[in-house]
Design a protein around this ligand. Structure first.
Ligand code: HEC
Length: 150
């Protein structure tokens, strides 16, 4: 009996630490807004550099594109934790919270497209990079049309 109680108490403690941790990162909603906008800024910067190559405005350098695609891949996993309850604001549309399943689906679509883009970039196949870049760009636009204020 005693052991069971200890295990229960330990589990409760772990759960408390776990859930506290997810939100403790942002003291105020503004912190979450700043965080996600910063992530999107870095993401957009690297994505734009790949875009310049795809559009022929910058020469193709395999290492640069591979590096930027890796940054995009890492950044693509980060903004979503900063759209938690009570963090409305910035250019985020209220629909993110009222239709969260659709928002989540759009974020997953983007992350999958980015995985393809990163694969193409690491392999250094410019034709595949172009295709994957176009597909990824569609997922950015799709979500911005629905969930970002103009
Ligand atoms: C699932 C939805 C979603 C996807 C996918 C998405 N974005 Fe966004 N993006 C947003 C939202 C929402 C904002 C507004 C955030 C805010 O102001 O709080 C935003 C803002 C931005 C900003 C402006 C940041 C700032 O400083 O205000 C940039 C740049 C950006 N996104 C780039 C991209 C790029 C590039 C992609 C694709 C590779 C992308 N986003 C994919 C939802 C998305």
């Amino acid at each position: 009996m005693k052991l069971q109680k200890i295990i229960l108490a330990a589990t409760a403690t772990i759960l408390t630490i776990g859930s506290g941790f997810a939100f403790a990162q942002f003291q105020k909603p503004e912190d979450a807004i700043k965080y996600r906008q910063s992530v999107f800024t870095v993401l957009g910067n690297s994505f734009g550099k790949i875009g310049a190559v795809v559009k022929g405005e910058a020469p193709y350098n395999k290492d640069d594109v591979a590096k930027n695609a890796a940054i995009v891949a890492m950044m693509s996993t980060l903004p979503w934790q900063a759209f938690g309850p009570g963090t409305e604001g910035g250019k985020a549309q209220p629909a993110i919270w009222s239709d969260n399943a659709k928002f989540k689906a759009a974020s997953e679509k983007m992350q999958l497209a980015v995985v393809d883009l990163n694969k193409a970039a690491q392999s250094g196949d410019l034709e595949n990079i172009k295709k994957a870049f176009g597909a990824t760009g569609q997922t950015c636009k799709g979500c911005h049309d629905d969930f970002r204020k103009k």
